[in-house]
Design a protein around this ligand. Structure first.
Ligand code: NAP
Length: 300
């Protein structure tokens, strides 16, 4: 696939799809768009994109179609009728479909098989930054799927963000996306729960959040870095010479009781405390807190 000015189709114009399309237009690619709500294409059309009348016309316009949708069912809602459009026979044959939508690894694998049955190469993608950072040096995106398809459109994908190719399993990019978002969403809930704890005492959030965010960025140092954590979970050795599960579990209990006293939501501190309770019950009380991993993983 020529990359300099190759046509690209973008389907799905939420904040992410719009940012991706704008980046591709700015780089000189002819961009064809389709969105269920056509008005979301207005600014992009003004910037030079073409709004296709149907999903099938949009897919037919380019060798590469990028999907940016809420989930994978939305892909079928759009592409099933498109491939059945009698005006476009063998619509997907020879095409590359890159789906940058969130869902499960199994949904990505099923979609890759669905696309392959229709003659298309399918790449799963997971964009790891919010829309305003798309196309900036901070952006990176996980991909997996057929290597040839990835190499063929790598230069175009690089415009969106640094591509991190994880191999041929179409589920793997989705797995990495969900694992990173697991860290991110859990952190966001913790941050807002802690803010609610502080503000329940009449203390303004502005007095709390700068320090709380500094704590988040200090976590790698506090836990000894990625290498040490990886070694502990991989070897199953949690020596218990620093922060034990018993000590941390006691704090988890204190957070729960402080939250009760503050009258705020208790689901998150209950869940965290349950991890420590179960690790202690399984005999890991005097091990490092990293022994929670033995409880959290249900396999092996
Ligand atoms: N926003 C972020 O910060 C961010 C960051 C990284 C990754 N992501 C992921 O990127 C994807 C897109 O995010 P977004 O924020 O742009 O999402 P969004 O605002 O929810 O936009 C989703 C797009 O999907 C379309 N859509 C949803 N269901 C549909 C259906 N059944 N049929 C046809 N079209 C359908 C919407 O069409 P309408 O316009 O007609 O509603 C819209 O174009 C999501 O999977 C999200 O998890 C988002």
């Amino acid at each position: 696939m020529s990359t300099e000015s190759s046509p690209v189709t973008v389907i799905g114009l939420g904040p992410m799809g719009r940012a991706m399309a704008a980046t591709l237009i700015a780089a000189g690619h002819p961009v064809t768009l389709w969105n269920r709500t056509p008005s979301r294409a207005r600014d992009l059309v003004a910037a030079g994109a073409t709004l296709a009348p149907t999903p099938s016309a949009a897919v037919a316009a380019s060798e590469l179609t990028i999907l940016s949708l809420t989930d994978y069912p939305a892909m079928y809602d759009i592409l099933e009728p498109a491939v059945a459009d009698p005006a476009y026979r063998d619509l997907l044959t020879g095409k590359v479909v890159v789906n940058l939508s969130s869902d499960t690894p199994e949904a990505s694998r099923a979609a890759a098989a669905w696309a392959a049955q229709r003659g298309a190469s399918f790449l799963t993608g997971g964009a790891m930054v919010p829309a305003p950072m798309i196309g900036t040096p901070h952006a990176y995106v996980f991909y997996s799927g057929p290597g040839e398809a990835f190499t063929g459109c790598e230069a175009v994908l690089r415009l969106i963000g640094e591509p991190r190719y994880l191999g041929t399993d179409p589920g793997l990019a989705q797995l990495f996306y969900q694992a990173y978002l697991d860290v991110f969403l859990s952190t966001l809930s913790g941050l807002l729960h802690a803010t609610a704890l502080i503000t329940s005492a009449g203390v303004p959030a502005t007095e709390f959040l700068p320090g709380a965010l500094a704590l988040v960025s200090g976590v790698p140092d506090m836990i000894g870095g990625a290498e040490q954590l990886a070694r502990q979970v991989e070897t199953g050795e949690h020596p218990g010479d620093l922060s034990t599960a018993l000590m941390m579990g006691a704090t988890a209990e204190h957070i729960l009781r402080s939250s009760e006293q503050a009258g705020i939501d208790l689901e998150l501190p209950r869940a965290v405390k349950s991890h420590y309770d179960r690790a202690i019950a399984a005999g890991h009380g005097s091990s490092d807190w990293t022994a929670l991993y033995e409880v959290l993983k249900a396999y092996g």
